[in-house]
Design a protein around this ligand. Structure first.
Ligand code: AHR
Length: 652
């Protein structure tokens, strides 16, 4: 963002001449305290809201291998070919479990055709290349025409496969989009008389993240990279647990050739009656290898979460008996070896075979997602006993249930302390007022017990998990206030992530979410910008902050935190004014001899309901200007309902 001189912009952010009564913000810049975890502000990824399939995983064909229980879901015969097309899914009992079904497409009298609707359409950009592939066999003299078709019926991309093989073989072709269209379809037409068998029908944009074939959507990963995340928690969320144990996430099944990865019902498919998504399955095209690779790409610590022998307690709560936990614990041991082991180890060799001989340097592992009750503690204890003995270098993350203060939470925390969990994962979905009222929550936490990972949190404008929630400015502002509390207590709170991360505008189950997408665009919410400002202005050491001379409103709703960036020699100050009125703060950087020009970044709206939308993506976004206080004690105007970040170089 372009910066201008702060003096020229004083009307905008209201630099004052020290005449109004001001709150005092005294920062002991010469008394750096706790180290802020470099991985403090991160991301929580789950395949919810079409986050992976239909989202980050750039595959454009839904039900590409005809393995959905309704085997032609997503596929249809165009009306004008209904009389001449026979399309049936058949079973090949000799094929691998991952791919038993295939499509037999047969022309009865004239040409046969079938269309795939994509994930609520296929996004096509004019001039971009799309890579098509299919496993195919035929004994007929036929060719396959491949077309991208706009809703108008116009063909906006075309390719042709002639000389098709008699035995199963992969065939590829590329298409170039001639029109930008968010809701195209893929049409496959059999030219000639006869039939062909098709499987693993796939279409990817050539422009994936890092141009990896079969890779991730570049614009979505870019938004993650822009964030500057300290860690990435994956793959969920409730999908780790599954509604029943046989529907749980099993990381080993997500490795290797994508065509062989078995399909699984996505737990969010059936979860919410208010948002049915019957076409939601996990293809695992984004599997554990790809998650680790993504972490490496965006500089995030990997934090995998594994099932601990418990299905989702909001669903069946099915338990693996304690004497049958061994495979679950072995999965954890093997995962550590997969991520960190030498290439001579069994699982390290598998990592190397996938193209990554160097270890991924995993340091964190979550045991269970959002579990609760004595059954969880029994299972956590078994995992901890084995993992701590064999891998003391891995920090174990324990769960504290779905609420930050209910009976389940109060039961779990002391138990996890007794079991010497390294980190406790707290979750909170609550009204903005909760976040505003609880910004001091960690001031009194035990400094000697496990550290805190605020692993899922988001202010809910209406009520938890209702479809009416929106990503309002009030929600984002309240999260900013709460984050100042986490930052002030960075000795206890080691990590935090907003949840959920992604949401497809046409296929979501849960709102609010950090980033919304459609087939061609990415929308960064006000919440994203708040989170990113914390991540990009983290600092290395906490500086003590004292607020004084507050009005009664400010007493309740003015928040501050500060850190020191050892690399740049800057003091970073974060100020949240949620009083609903303009405030003035006199910031005193005590212990500072000299101050240098820096920047002021402000997010503000007078409308607490303001939200970024695809039509108005910049309703509430950060604005950065240069800022040059004359001395170490200076005034800043804090607009009503604003979040301000100052960065100032200092000599101490
Ligand atoms: O973030 C949505 C869901 O909320 C997560 O899957 C789960 O852990 C929590 O209940």
């Amino acid at each position: 963002m372009k910066t201008q001189r702060f003096v020229a912009a004083s009307a905008l952010f209201g630099a004052t001449l020290l005449s109004l009564p001001a709150a005092t913000v005294t920062i002991s810049a010469d008394k750096p305290g706790a180290q802020v975890n470099p991985a403090m502000w991160g991301l929580f990824f789950e395949d919810i809201n079409f986050g992976a399939d239909g989202g980050l995983y750039a595959e454009l064909v839904k039900n590409r291998s005809f393995e959905f229980p309704q085997s032609l879901m997503g596929w249809s015969v165009p009306g004008d070919r209904a009389g001449t097309t026979r399309a049936a899914v058949e079973t090949d009992a000799s094929a691998s479990v991952g791919g038993r079904h295939f499509l037999r497409l047969e022309a009865a009298g004239s040409t046969a055709a079938i269309e795939n609707e994509g994930f609520r359409g296929i996004g096509v950009v004019a001039g971009d290349t799309y890579d098509f592939s299919v496993s195919i066999r035929t004994s007929s003299p036929v060719a396959l025409r491949v077309e991208l078709v706009a809703p108008s019926g116009a063909v906006i991309g075309t390719a042709r496969l002639a000389q098709l093989p008699k035995q199963w073989a992969k065939q590829t072709a590329s298409l170039v989009g001639t029109l930008t269209e968010p809701r195209a379809h893929l049409r496959l037409t059999l030219e000639g008389q006869g039939s062909a068998d098709l499987d693993h029908v796939s279409l990817f944009p050539r422009k994936t993240w890092k141009h990896r074939p079969g890779g991730l959507r570049a614009d979505m990963v870019q938004a993650l990279d822009d964030f500057g995340p300290g860690f990435l928690r994956f793959p969920g969320g409730c999908i780790v647990e599954g509604a029943k144990l046989d529907l749980r996430y099993e990381w080993k099944k997500t490795l290797g050739p994508v065509d062989d990865r078995p399909l699984l019902l996505n737990r969010w498919n059936v979860e919410f009656k208010h948002r049915p998504t019957p076409d939601y399955f996990q293809s695992f095209g984004l599997g554990f290898f790809e998650y680790f690779q993504l972490c490496e790409d965006i500089g995030a610590e990997p934090l995998p979460i594994l099932n601990c022998g418990m299905a989702c307690q909001f669903n069946s709560g099915e338990l693996a008996p304690l004497d049958k936990l061994e495979p679950y614990i072995q999965d954890a041991l093997d995962l550590i070896e997969f991520a960190n082991g030498p290439v001579t180890s069994t699982w390290g060799a598998k990592r190397a075979a996938l193209g990554h001989p160097a270890p991924f340097d995993m340091k964190l592992l979550g045991v269970g997602n959002e579990q609760w009750g004595p059954q969880y503690i029994e299972r956590f204890a078994r995992f901890a006993e084995v993992l701590k003995a064999k891998h003391p270098e891995i920090a174990l993350v324990g769960a504290s249930g779905p609420s930050p203060d209910d009976e389940r939470f109060k039961f779990l925390w002391p138990k996890l302390r007794e079991l010497r969990a390294d980190i406790v994962d707290e979750h909170c979905y609550a009204k903005p007022e909760w976040f505003l009222d609880n910004a001091h929550r960690y001031d009194t936490y035990d400094r000697n017990g496990p550290k805190v990972f605020m692993g899922e949190y988001a202010a809910q404008s209406q009520a938890t998990a209702t479809p009416d929630n929106r990503n309002t400015w009030l929600c984002a502002l309240s999260e900013a206030a709460y984050m100042t509390g986490m930052e002030r207590n960075a000795d206890v709170v080691r990590m935090a992530s907003y949840a959920p991360l992604f949401s497809n505008v046409d296929a979501w189950q849960w709102t609010p979410d950090l980033i919304w997408v459609d087939n061609l665009r990415v929308l960064k919410t006000t919440n994203y910008h708040v989170q990113r400002l914390f991540a990009r202005n983290r600092g290395d050491r906490v500086l003590p902050v004292k607020l004084g001379d507050l009005t009664p409103d400010e007493e309740k709703r003015l928040y501050a935190s500060s850190t020191y960036d050892e690399g740049s020699g800057e003091v970073i100050v974060k100020l949240v004014n949620a009083t609903g009125k303009k405030s003035t703060a006199t910031v005193d950087l005590s212990g500072v001899r000299q101050i240098y020009p820096g920047t002021i970044t402000v997010m503000q709206s007078n409308n607490p309901d303001a939200a970024n939308t695809f039509d108005a993506p910049n309703s509430v976004v950060p604005q950065t200007l240069s800022f040059s206080p004359a001395s170490q004690k200076f005034d800043v105007t804090l607009p009503a309902d604003s979040f301000t970040v100052l960065r100032l170089g200092v000599s101490r």
